[in-house]
Write a protein that binds this ligand. Structure first.
Ligand SMILES: Nc1ncnc2c1ncn2[C@@H]1O[C@H](COP(=O)(O)OP(=O)(O)OP(=O)(O)O)[C@@H](O)[C@H]1O
Ligand SMILES: [Mg+2]
Length: 384
């Protein structure tokens, strides 16, 4: 019946994805132009303070969303941020939909303390064609069972979310998962194995994709704020100043690496640190020259802590499946910090590239890595 009605109704061809991040709210509008999806608008505004910490600051969030709203396109696709959604990939035997529904409830109770009647529980068969399997159902996999992604979110959070958007004059047509949004933007055509990582301010989404199929997802409890918090605490400066120092250190890390690749020679870690300190010390601002030199060294340690989280997720999957990711496709605010990205790459010893979405952009719109999730949300109804 639903499909019948869907076929009768005119097909919508214009969608907005809204990603409420801890640092900023991002909205992406995607429209079908000449038969292909095209990003026609991108907007961002700062999120209300502590938007995902404990209680959501509803009033400020409603106000912020009102500022983002498109008066003629009220329906939005969004995702639930922070650490509110619990997701877990489990291997289960082949089950009917009905059986899988009960199995999902049973499995969820193993890792979510909230009673199941207070949760919305969903499951997704990861090898479904709808999730982009490049190959047909894997016969070997059929014998061994199937990977199922289990999702659980408190009912109260979902109600609260719908109410916040509706008070801002918007209608949530779907609440999607960040991992699926990232997969739509970067993962569908991956050959081999790649990890897509969106590094936000407080959290990061890790999605492992093999031959176009999601294999594993994880929410990492780290983001760029680890870097700015470190600078603010160490140098007793405000956020703006911390960002300025962060960008300065990033420039030092970038210039060092580009120098290294120009010369094409191998450097020891000690040499690199020394060169970076020199690069930082030669920056124009005398007042910060010395602290920046020291900060480069300290921030390299902070980034290596972040990298450790990534390595843990990569080795978890490797231990389970004996499959190593061949590269990392990166998005989120960290995508602006190319020096730090290089630093991650050298420590992980696999290529880390800033993802390039496989989608057109209107002539006056340019891609920025912070929009990856919002673009992927808007694509939900446009591509399978
Ligand atoms: N040039 C930049 N522009 C925007 N953010 C930047 C830039 N450089 C670094 N950042 C950092 O990126 C983070 C914002 O990235 P992003 O928008 O992906 O986060 P978010 O989605 O709001 O957070 P989360 O995903 O944790 O909820 C901030 O911590 C900010 O300090
Ligand atoms: Mg984010």
């Amino acid at each position: 019946m639903r499909n019948f009605l869907k076929n009768l109704l005119p097909k919508k061809n214009h969608f907005i994805g809204v990603d409420i991040g801890a640092y900023q709210i991002k909205a992406a509008e995607v429209k079908i132009v000449d038969g292909f999806p095209e990003v026609v608008n991108l907007k961002s505004i700062p999120s209300p303070k502590n938007v995902w910490n404990g209680q959501i600051d509803e009033e400020n969030l409603v106000q912020a969303l009102k500022d983002m709203a498109n008066p003629v396109l009220k329906e939005v696709i969004t995702c639930i941020g922070g650490e509110k959604v619990v997701s877990r990939v489990v291997r289960l035997p082949y089950l009917s939909d009905k059986e899988l529904e009960s199995a999902a409830k049973f499995e969820i109770q193993k890792f979510v303390p909230t009673p199941v009647d207070q949760l919305i529980i969903r499951y997704v068969r990861l090898s479904d064609a709808a999730f982009g399997a490049l190959e047909a159902a894997d016969k070997k996999g059929e014998q061994e069972g199937q990977d199922v992604l289990l999702l659980a979110v408190p009912l109260t959070t979902v109600y609260q979310y719908h109410s916040i958007f509706s008070r801002a004059g918007m209608v949530v047509t779907a609440a999607d998962l960040q991992a699926f949004a990232l997969w739509r933007v970067f993962g569908r055509n991956v050959r081999g194995t790649a990890a897509i990582v969106d590094f936000g301010a407080k959290t990061s989404h890790f999605v492992l994709v093999k031959d176009g199929v999601i294999k594993f997802v994880r929410l990492l409890p780290v983001g760029c704020e680890v870097l700015t918090d470190f600078i603010m605490n160490t140098y007793d400066v405000d956020y703006q100043e911390a960002m300025r120092i962060l960008e300065e250190v990033d420039t030092a890390l970038r210039s060092d690496y580009s120098q290294e690749s120009r010369q094409g020679k191998e450097e020891s870690p000690e040499d690199l640190t020394l060169q970076m300190e020199e690069a930082a010390a030669s920056l124009e601002n005398d007042y910060y020259a010395q602290p920046t030199g020291r900060t480069v060294k300290q921030l390299r340690d902070v980034i290596s802590e972040i990298t450790k989280e990534l390595r843990r997720s990569l080795s978890f999957y490797f231990t389970q499946e004996n499959i190593a990711a061949e590269k990392i496709i990166l998005s989120g605010g960290m995508g602006h910090l190319k020096g730090f990205v290089k630093e991650m790459q050298s420590s992980l010893e696999i290529p880390v590239e800033i993802g390039v979405p496989e989608i057109e952009f209107a002539a006056d719109k340019a891609y920025d890595p912070v929009y990856a999730i919002s673009i992927g949300l808007a694509l939900r109804e446009l591509i399978i």
